[in-house]
Design a protein around this ligand. Structure first.
Ligand SMILES: N[C@@H](CCC(=O)N[C@@H](CS)C(=O)NCC(=O)O)C(=O)O
Length: 215
């Protein structure tokens, strides 16, 4: 049995949901309500001491955490369809693109960061939203430059096959859309993310498909 600890609007949990659907794996999602700070509760900290989702438990094994690590694990255990290229240089490029979002762009807009902005600097909601829009937009601008200027880019971020990089790009675009970030002038970002959103796995993983999603 596979249990995902997630939340409908978590971009990191979305990445794992997409990968689970790509691999055709059945899973249950347990809601950790970020709106109610449920990630901070001691019950969840026993699952992930980092107090962050996603966490994934497979057949009672110790929890896996960090969306990129989880997706790479799933890719190793369920090789088909592959989410990483065969060549070492290709894998390095895919990881580099993926981490632009998962390690650099996305963490800046997480609740722990925006909460601290409010607590330490008195940032109101409008300022916090401006902050989030800035970092979402910046990561996608940088991706646009990288993707447009590289012959390794194809129908997807890396050639013609979907990879980890596309999952991370799509999650960042979803976040940007949620904050009303303008993407019209980022054609590669839009082209590739649209190709992802057309795929069934991305439809099935969409935040609004998740139980307890805000309607
Ligand atoms: N780099 C981590 C990010 C995990 C993360 O920060 N998740 C967010 C939700 S998208 C979270 O649980 N945040 C809790 C908090 O910031 O308090 C990953 O990709 O899994």
């Amino acid at each position: 049995m596979i249990r995902l600890y997630g939340f409908w609007r978590s971009l990191a949990a979305y990445r794992v949901r997409v990968a689970l659907h790509i691999k055709g794996l059945t899973f249950e999602e347990e809601t950790i309500d970020l709106g109610a700070d449920a990630q901070l509760a001691s019950a969840f900290r026993t699952v992930n001491p980092q107090a962050a989702i996603p966490a994934l438990i497979i057949d009672g094994a110790p929890p896996l955490t960090q969306s990129v690590a989880i997706i790479e694990y799933l890719d190793e255990i369920h090789a088909d369809p592959p989410l990483m290229p065969r060549s070492s240089v290709g894998r390095a490029r895919v990881r580099s693109l993926a981490l632009m979002f998962a390690a650099d762009g996305h963490p800046l807009i997480t609740p722990r960061v925006t909460r601290y902005l409010a607590q330490a600097f008195g940032a109101d909601e409008a300022s916090r939203d401006l902050w989030s829009r800035h970092w979402l937009r910046q990561s996608l601008e940088q991706a646009q430059i990288r993707l447009a200027g590289d012959a390794a880019t194809g129908a997807f971020c890396h050639g013609g096959a979907l990879t980890l990089a596309d999952i991370c790009l799509a999650s960042q675009v979803l976040g940007a859309r949620g904050f009303g970030v303008e993407l019209a002038d980022l054609p590669e970002v839009r082209r590739i993310s649209d190709a992802c959103f057309d795929l069934n796995a991305f439809r099935l993983a969409h935040p609004l498909t998740v139980r307890d999603a805000a309607r």
